[in-house]
Write a protein that binds this ligand. Structure first.
Ligand code: SF4
Ligand code: SF4
Length: 355
């Protein structure tokens, strides 16, 4: 079955700005049917790491907020804390980074809520019928929301070729434990060279997996439940992740987490993707390199697989070659699409409706 993907290009004129066109796009894609009166609506986006400049501009989020409110919903902007230690690895730093990057209430007209709590401990385990997972760990405030609008910046990515809506859902809505489960098959480990033996990780570990022996922390993999708390509480940043999962498997795990995010929300979720400023790497980087393809436009759909497929097709057409393969030659980005189709996340076949 074919899904509908809506597209608006980037042409505009006085009286019909790109913000106006974004509003029309959301309405055409059926936002009004997705949002019920009073629905707490999670607007999932990436606020950008400090120094990044390619993320979706806050004024577009203000428009999304306005449209959700007009449809009767109560929107809040949200993202989850990162697995790595950086400017978004706890809620305090994350909120500060979001505001620094322009997502202040005065601009976006909605509160920002970090979905998985102060340290990433606030998660809900959602059952899925995956081939790898039977349940996945999702940021609680996304799982608890009535409706979901995912706003995605389409760009290159070193593990998935491109980062689109499937990644924004699967990786971006996962709790820290969910992210660790996608990136690694083994427990975190301590670098003894910089461990001071302070015991902070021991106090935070929920499963008693860490002990300090001769002033150095040791993690017992048999006891570790993979919550990833020790990675961010260590003041020396000496708890490391073995990023050992292979790229195709990371993409499949992303798909299974995306299924968990959309559990119970298939009729109350819509996806808006900006195929603009296609940077070669994720917005988790503290910089944005020159684009790998010309700007394409803004797209919307309620099918995440069809939307990512359409974005990739249009980017390839605009670039005259596959910019994702050219940038990340070893990565087969089709895995997330074919696996998503196989597991019922959506369809790779689509009809493009242009506004
Ligand atoms: S918190 Fe970090 S420095 Fe302190 S004992 Fe644990 S690993 Fe070592
Ligand atoms: S990942 Fe969680 S359970 Fe495992 S050692 Fe670290 S704090 Fe403990």
């Amino acid at each position: 079955m074919q899904s509908t993907v809506w597209l608006t290009d980037l042409s505009s004129r006085p009286g019909d700005s790109l913000l106006d066109k974004t509003g029309r796009l959301l309405r055409a894609a059926g936002l009004g049917d997705k949002i019920g009166r009073g629905d707490l609506t999670a607007v999932k986006l990436h606020f950008g790491e400090k120094g990044n400049t390619a993320y979706v501009r806050p004024v577009y989020l203000r428009k999304v907020v306005e449209e959700i409110a007009a449809a009767g919903g109560k929107p809040f902007l949200t993202d989850t804390n990162t697995l790595y230690v950086g400017g978004r690895s706890n809620a305090a730093d994350h909120l500060r980074t979001a505001i620094t990057n322009g997502f202040a209430f005065a601009v976006v007209d909605a509160p920002v809520v970090i979905a998985d709590g102060v340290r990433g401990e606030s998660a809900v385990r959602v059952p899925v019928e995956g081939r790898i997972f039977r349940e996945v760990s999702i940021g609680a405030e996304i799982a608890n929301a009535d409706a979901l609008v995912a706003v995605t910046h389409f760009k290159g990515h070193e593990l998935s070729g491109f980062g689109g809506v499937i990644k924004n859902l699967g990786m971006g809505c996962a709790s820290r434990a969910g992210k660790l489960a996608q990136h690694s098959t083994v427990s975190p480990f301590v670098d003894p060279a910089s461990c001071t033996g302070c015991g902070t990780c021991v106090a935070h570990c929920p499963s008693g997996a860490i002990s300090v022996v001769s002033a150095t922390a040791l993690i017992d993999p048999k006891e570790c439940i993979g919550c990833a708390d020790c990675i961010v509480v260590c003041p020396e940043h000496t708890v490391k992740i073995d990023w050992n999962e292979a790229a195709p498997m990371v993409q499949k795990k992303m798909v299974e987490h995306a299924l968990g995010v959309l559990a119970g929300k298939r009729d109350s979720a819509l996806f808006l993707t900006f195929v603009t400023q296609l940077s070669p790497f994720c917005d988790c980087y503290g910089s944005s390199d020159r684009p790998i393809a010309p700007d394409v436009g803004i797209l919307a759909s309620d099918d995440p697989v069809a939307l990512d497929q359409a974005c990739a097709d249009l980017a390839i057409s605009a670039a005259g070659r596959d910019p994702f393969r050219a940038t990340h030659p070893s990565i087969d980005w089709t895995v997330q699409l074919s696996y998503g189709e196989e597991l019922g996340l959506g369809s790779r076949k689509y009809v493009l409706e242009t506004l």
